[in-house]
Structure formats: structure tokens, C-alpha cells
Write a protein that binds this ligand. Structure first.
Ligand code: GDP
Length: 174
């Protein structure tokens, strides 16, 4: 935990998952309150941030974008360095992204150790085109030992709860 000054806590959160699941959109949504369908990743921008209040303390949430480096080995060690929490994301409409979740979990564990982690099923607005049942998703979360959140970045559904949950977890362990 980085304590920049006495009352400020900063938490670095890494967001991983296959390309196209909505990671960049999630960061834009959470930190800037915007959603753009054709959002182009800004090269050179490492992270965006948002301040929230956890039990009366200011917590700075810093969200790091892989900037399109979805291949495991293309993500640099610097991306993971100092991460205190993790969001593993898959898309409701992309089976491969669901299948890849276990590998992402292992990858993050290798790089960061055991840090507070959640599983996010994004694009829940497209539930009619779902490639995965709720039972399968729940089972995966259970097997990985992580909490499941279903979000729609597009409809702004449940996104802030993901980060509030992680920030609270991190806050508890300092
Ligand atoms: P990334 O590669 O994981 O960073 O994914 P992007 O953020 O670039 O998103 C990929 C595409 O999915 C973009 O066209 C987004 O607008 C779209 N998208 C992101 N979140 C949602 C969502 O919750 N619902 C729907 N329907 N589309 C989404």
C-alpha cells in the first residue's frame, strides 16, 4: 500500500482479460464517466484514476490498462509491478475470453502473488447472446476463490461496485 501522505491511500488495480472484453472501456467509464463505442486506446497513457471514500478515508484508485498487449508475454513486468488488486474480465459474448480466465488468474498470481481479485463478466446487456451459463460462471468464480460481478460498461451497471469492493478489501489488509 502506497501512503503518499497520512490520509491518502493509493491502490494500483490491474485489469486483465482477452482483447475486446471491455477493459479500456471500463477504465474510461469508471474514471471519466464516458462510454465510446469506437474508443481508441491512447498509447502512452498508463493509467487513469478516481478518488473514492472508504470508511471516511480518501482512496485513490489507479486503473492500469494493458493498452492492447493482451498476449500474456507481451505484457511487461512493469504493468504488474506493485499491483495491489486485480480485475479479471471476460465478455458475455466471447467464449474464448471465458476459457482464458484461469490462465489470467495464474499469470497474475505468478507476477503479483495473492492479491484481492474479482472476476467480472462484462457486456451483461448482451445476455441474450450469452455463450456461458450463469451456473458455469458461478462455478468458475467459486473454483478460483474470487467474487463474481456481472457488469455492463455500456449501461453503467455494477461497474463502480467492482472497485469499491476491491478498495474495501485492500483497505482491510493494511
Ligand atoms: P479491451 O480490448 O478489453 O480494452 O476492450 P474495449 O474496451 O476496447 O472494448 C471492446 C468493444 O466492446 C468496444 O467496441 C466497446 O465499446 C465494447 N464494449 C465494452 N463494454 C461493453 C458493454 O458492457 N456492453 C457492450 N454491448 N459493449 C461493450
Amino acid at each position: 500500500m502506497i501512503r503518499e501522505e497520512e490520509l491518502e491511500i493509493a491502490i494500483k488495480v490491474v485489469i486483465v482479460g482477452n482483447g475486446g472484453v471491455g477493459k479500456s472501456s471500463m477504465i474510461q467509464r469508471y474514471c471519466k464517466g464516458i462510454y465510446t463505442k469506437d474508443y481508441k486506446k491512447t498509447i502512452g497513457v498508463d493509467f487513469l484514476e478516481r478518488m473514492i471514500d472508504i470508511d471516511g478515508e480518501d482512496v485513490r484508485i489507479m486503473l492500469w490498462d494493458t493498452a492492447g498487449q493482451e498476449e500474456f508475454d507481451a505484457i511487461t513486468k512493469a504493468y504488474y509491478r506493485g499491483a495491489q488488486a486485480c480485475v479479471i474480465t471476460f465478455s458475455t459474448t466471447d467464449r474464448n475470453s471465458f476459457e482464458a480466465v484461469k490462465d489470467w488468474k495464474k499469470k497474475v498470481e505468478n507476477e503479483c502473488g495473492e492479491i484481492p481479485t474479482v472476476l467480472v463478466q462484462n457486456k451483461i446487456d448482451l445476455i441474450e447472446q450469452s455463450i456461458v451459463t450463469f451456473e458455469e460462471t458461478e462455478l468458475l468464480a467459486k473454483n478460483l476463490g474470487v467474487r463474481l460481478f456481472q457488469t455492463s460498461v455500456k449501461e453503467d451497471l455494477n461497474v463502480s461496485n467492482v472497485f469499491r469492493f476491491l478498495a474495501t478489501k485492500c483497505h482491510e489488509i493494511i
